[in-house]
Every structure is written in structure tokens, then in C-alpha cells.
Ligand binder design. Structure first.
Ligand code: ADP
Length: 273
């Protein structure tokens, strides 16, 4: 049976598994409410295991193209013990490998259009299944349509939405000066987030390149698609009463760490960090 990531049953399964492993106890009644099992179980567990069980958090990061989703998600990954699933990165990797599916995906990505939902959902499921049990995630670039959001409801429980609010002029400036490491995917900006050596990644020494969809015409299309198809999803999650953490960026030169701290503060207020 596949358990929805982050749901009550999911936690119960982890607790049972951990209990058997840690204490060789088989005296747990699976029909007992999770809260009771957790209370009894944690009496016998080391504090390290307790912490691991408690900090799992599942997040979605929303924002227009160029709002900084990938940049912030990479930094939050370190702080929150989560995996990042970025559908755009996964598609770019598929295109680079030139697989039959990659060739199909390329036609959409290069025009700034959305990849069909059935392909995207398969890619998401495959990548969610790779996350080690007990570890949470940040989704960057998924969901982008209502259909994708509804499909996600059956797969995982979302603890909060991070919403990046960035004016259009900053987005345009950032995207046209964005460069990405072809080896590790690290994101740079020739204006305010420059690599130490020209066009070389600080982290791995890989070469930097400009994404083929970071051209003025395709950027315009991606922003339109975001406003029409993805922005309405914010309403969907508000109606579902999923908590929001909003982070604003009003200046081009604001360092990523400042925005990341704002997000962390919001998550702390919600008891999620
Ligand atoms: P950005 O948010 O800057 O536009 P991404 O790297 O998230 O960039 O996405 C790049 C492209 O990959 C999108 O323009 C789209 O073609 C495709 N893509 C990524 N995620 C999805 C998704 N969830 N559904 C459909 N297409 C997607």
C-alpha cells in the first residue's frame, strides 16, 4: 500500500517501523490513535529519532518565473532537512539526456508552455517515491494547474505554502541576467549574485549557461502562463485553509539570505521550523 506523504497513516507507519527497529517491540496496536502510539513509543526512543519524526515538513513554493523559487528552495533545503523537487530542473535534465520523453518535453519548455499534466504527474510521483521515509519536501514548479493540484491532494499532505511576491520589473531584470551551472544547477545572476570567477560555478567549478527559455519572448509567455494558470491555485489552497508564508522582495539587490530568513521566520511562527 502506498501511504500519502505526511498524512496521519504515514506517520503511524513510520512510528511502527521505527519502534520495531529501535526497541524490538511488537506490542503496538495499529488501531490505536496515532497520538497515543506516538506518546508511548517516544518514551523508548532516543531524542534524535524523536526530532527526526517531528520535523518533517511538506511545502510548496509559489511565485512567478524569476521570483527566486529555485534560489530560495536550495537554501531552505539545508535548513529544513527536506528534499527539493523542481519539475523544471527535472525536465531540463530529461531534455539534456535526449530521451524520447525528453524530446517531447523540449517542444513545450522551449516555447514557455506547460508540459502536459499526465507527463508531469508521472515525473512527480517518480521523484516523490525517491524521498527517504520521514523526510519532507519542497515542491518548486509543481503544481501549475488545478488538475495537478488535485492530483497532489491524493499523494501528499501539504503543511504550508510559501508565496513569493515580486514586482514584474525585478522578474524581467533577473531572468535576463540569470545564469545556471550546467553541472550542479546552482543559480547565479550577473547583476547581484555573481560567481567569483567569470561564468564558473563557485560550488563545483562547472560552466554557467543561459537557459534557452530565458529569452525576452519566452519570458513574456511564461509570465502570462503563470498569471493565467498557476496564480489561481493560490485561491485553491487558501480555500483549503493551508497556511501561507508570504515573502516580498521589492529591491533587485536584496540578498537571497534576507528573503530566506523571512521565510524561516514565517515557518517558525507556524511551528514548522
Ligand atoms: P520558471 O518557474 O522560471 O518558469 P521552471 O524551471 O520551474 O521555470 O520551469 C521551466 C519550464 O518547465 C516551464 O516553463 C514549463 O514548460 C515546464 N514545467 C515545469 N514545471 C511544470 C509543471 N508542473 N507543469 C507543466 N510544465 C512544467
Amino acid at each position: 500500500m502506498v501511504l500519502a506523504h505526511g498524512t496521519d497513516s504515514y506517520y503511524k507507519a513510520i512510528i511502527l517501523e521505527t519502534l520495531v527497529k529501535e526497541t524490538s517491540s511488537s506490542s503496538v496496536n495499529p488501531t490505536e490513535p496515532t497520538v497515543n502510539i506516538f506518546r508511548d513509543a517516544t518514551k523508548n526512543l532516543t531524542s534524535l529519532v524523536k526530532v527526526e519524526l517531528l520535523v518533517m515538513v511538506n511545502l510548496i513554493i509559489f511565485g512567478a518565473p524569476g521570483s527566486g523559487k529555485g534560489t530560495y528552495a536550495a537554501r531552505l533545503k539545508e535548513k529544513l532537512n527536506v528534499e527539493v523537487i523542481a519539475t523544471g530542473d527535472i525536465f531540463r535534465e530529461m531534455i539534456k539526456e535526449d530521451t524520447p520523453l525528453g524530446r517531447k518535453v523540449k517542444a513545450y519548455v522551449e516555447k514557455g508552455l506547460l508540459v502536459p499534466d499526465d507527463i508531469t504527474l508521472e515525473v512527480l510521483k517518480e521523484n516523490l517515491a525517491k524521498i527517504p521515509r520521514g523526510k519532507g519536501f519542497i515542491l518548486d514548479g509543481y503544481p501549475r494547474t488545478l488538475k495537478q493540484a488535485k492530483a497532489l491532494d491524493g499523494i501528499a499532505k501539504i503543511d504550508a505554502i510559501i508565496h513569493l511576491v515580486v514586482p514584474d520589473w525585478i522578474i524581467i531584470e533577473r531572468l535576463s541576467s540569470r545564469r545556471v551551472c550546467e553541472n550542479c544547477g546552482a543559480i547565479y545572476n550577473l547583476l547581484f549574485l555573481k560567481p567569483k570567477k567569470d561564468m564558473i560555478c563557485d560550488k563545483c567549478g562547472g560552466s554557467l549557461y543561459q537557459r534557452s527559455d530565458d529569452t525576452p519572448e519566452v519570458i513574456k509567455r511564461r509570465i502570462e502562463v503563470y498569471e493565467k494558470q498557476t496564480q489561481p491555485l493560490l485561491e485553491y489552497y487558501k480555500e483549503k485553509r493551508v497556511p501561507f508564508v508570504e515573502a516580498r522582495c521589492e529591491k533587485l539587490e536584496t540578498p537571497p539570505e534576507v528573503v530566506v530568513q523571512e521565510i524561516m521566520n514565517g515557518l517558525k511562527r507556524l511551528g514548522l521550523a
